[in-house]
Design a protein around this ligand. Structure first.
Ligand SMILES: [Zn+2]
Length: 422
């Protein structure tokens, strides 16, 4: 089966909900009562022609289409994959996401004229971006189906941007659909008022077996590598794929998992903190360098026409402003990339201490990191369950502190000292 929902790993319940909603949406497009006001368009004509016969398949009342959705779930569970698949199902010219028609195909490749994807590059999505988006989303869909706005990381909306979005969701244009992605529906992630206007599709952390299966089937990765990567990535599909394919990602993970061994004193703890921070910075710099350069040269080309005639001085001032804006955006994106890289490292480290805890408790649960299981076992003996738990908590506290805007270096140093002291 290769329809648009094929890449959603281990999410049967959510897929079922989305399929029914897509079918209901397709029926809505055919139903005269919900056609946009303004009358006798081709949709009405179609319905009248078919008056009297059975008509389209009856709409399941419990599966109703709605114009605002929130996809929630832990990182890597496939929030944006789900949103894109649902968008494709809505734009599918055959009705519910066949995966091969132009509607499905252009939506999945990001070129559909009526589907806009917002991916925040910095730490937040600003109000100007949101206003422009809401305005465009209010226009009639050019393909005759739905105008769709997908907002990845909707938890990074600024308050003003959230308000602009809320207005659009409160009085939605008839054919506009908003698909939001966020870690949870906690008020820290999504405002209560936006939440109350959306249908929530919860995604769960997919089990390692389901992740391994998709790595083998879709990416052609060897089963033993896929199994190891799926476990090590703790249910994060994209991370599992990277670990299976990218030797540098594996090296970085090895370096992180070497931390517990290296903590032999205060000096070593500070060294380990520096190493972790610098590794995250290097990884982030590598990940944004290419796109930064591409953007800069594109902007310079756009401005580069130059000129010395009248107006050139004003143009230069404008150019300086645009360059400054670009630099600001890039800086914000780099900060985000650093935090993401550091967070991945902390999740790996938490997995190690979690393994130690599980072993100290002799719980019948598979380890996250099979390749450091013996090291975690040694830790379990030395620290016992309590000591393992304290260390796990130190890592989780560090993540929480960084999320709450504590300076990463300070949070990581505190964590390393706690891990060393135990
Ligand atoms: Zn299709």
């Amino acid at each position: 089966m290769t329809d648009v929902f094929g890449d959603l790993v281990g999410q049967d319940e959510a897929v079922d909900t989305l399929r029914r909603a897509a079918a209901s949406a397709a029926a809505l497009l055919r139903a005269p009562v919900t056609a946009p006001a303004g009358g006798h368009d081709d949709l009405d004509a179609f319905a009248e022609e078919h008056d009297g016969d059975q008509g389209p398949a009856p709409v399941d009342p419990g599966a109703g289409m709605t114009h605002a959705w929130i996809f929630t779930g832990p990182p890597g569970s496939g929030r944006s994959v789900a949103a894109r698949a649902f968008a494709a199902a809505l734009e599918c010219v055959h009705g519910t996401g066949c995966g091969s028609c132009p509607g499905c195909h252009t939506t999945l490749t990001g070129t559909h004229a009526d589907v806009r994807l917002v991916v925040p590059e910095g730490l937040s999505i600003g109000v100007n971006e949101m206003r422009a988006l809401v305005l465009r989303a209010a226009s009639a869909p050019s393909g005759g189906r739905w105008q769709i706005v997908i907002i990845e990381d909707a938890d990074r909306l600024t308050e003003a941007a959230g308000n602009a979005l809320l207005k659009a969701i409160e009085e939605p244009p008839p054919r506009t659909v908003f698909l939001l992605c966020a870690p949870s529906t906690h008020p820290d992630d999504i405002s209560v008022t936006i939440r109350s206007r959306c249908r929530v599709v919860p995604l769960r952390q997919p089990p390692p077996t389901a992740v391994a299966e998709v790595l083998v089937r879709r990416d052609g990765i060897a089963p033993d590598v896929a199994e190891w990567a799926a476990a090590a990535a703790q249910g994060h599909v994209g991370r599992a794929r990277r670990l299976a394919r990218d030797p540098e990602a594996r090296q970085r993970r090895d370096a992180v998992l070497a931390v517990p061994r290296r903590l032999t004193g205060v000096g070593a703890a500070f060294d380990a903190a520096s190493a972790l921070i610098e590794a995250a910075e290097a990884e982030a710099a590598a990940s944004v360098a290419e796109i930064d350069e591409a953007e800069r040269s594109a902007l310079q080309t756009a401005l580069g026409a130059g000129g010395t005639g009248r107006g050139a001085a004003g143009a230069m001032r404008g150019a300086a402003g645009q360059l400054k804006d670009l630099e600001k955006r890039q800086k914000s994106r780099a900060t985000r990339a650093q935090r993401d890289a550091l967070d991945r490292a902390l999740v790996d480290l938490a997995g190690f201490y979690r393994d130690a805890l599980v072993m100290a408790l002799r719980a019948p649960v598979a380890p996250v990191h099979t390749d450091t299981a013996s090291l975690a076992g040694a830790g379990a003996q030395k620290w016992d369950a309590e000591g393992s738990l304290r260390r796990l908590e130190a890592v989780l506290e560090c993540r929480a502190a960084i999320e709450a805007n504590v300076k990463p270096r300070i949070a990581v140093e505190a964590m390393m000292l706690a891990l060393w002291r135990g």
